[in-house]
Design a protein. Structure first.
Length: 82
């Protein structure tokens, strides 16, 4: 019978991880700390992505369309004026 070949594994090369961009979701306005929108399902700490007129959660796939909400707010403002 033949011998089994052994493959040397050695160390793997180091790969840099992408850094978290959560600091972009907070803004300081005077003495107030303003947070971006967070997911109603996942709770605070999981922020919604704002893209193409909708808010989207990458964790639970919750989506909310901003265009419909804006239209409703504008309709309410017009009714108050009349």
């Amino acid at each position: 019978m033949g011998k089994k070949k052994t493959i040397k594994k050695g160390k793997k090369p180091h790969k840099n991880k992408a850094t978290s961009k959560k600091y972009t979701k907070y803004k300081i306005d005077g003495d107030k700390l303003i947070k971006e929108r967070f997911c109603p399902r996942c709770g605070p700490g999981v922020f919604l992505m704002n893209s193409q007129g909708r808010f989207y959660c990458g964790k639970c796939h919750y989506s909310e369309f901003a265009s419909k909400k804006v239209d409703k707010e504008e309709a309410v403002k017009e009714e108050k004026k009349e």
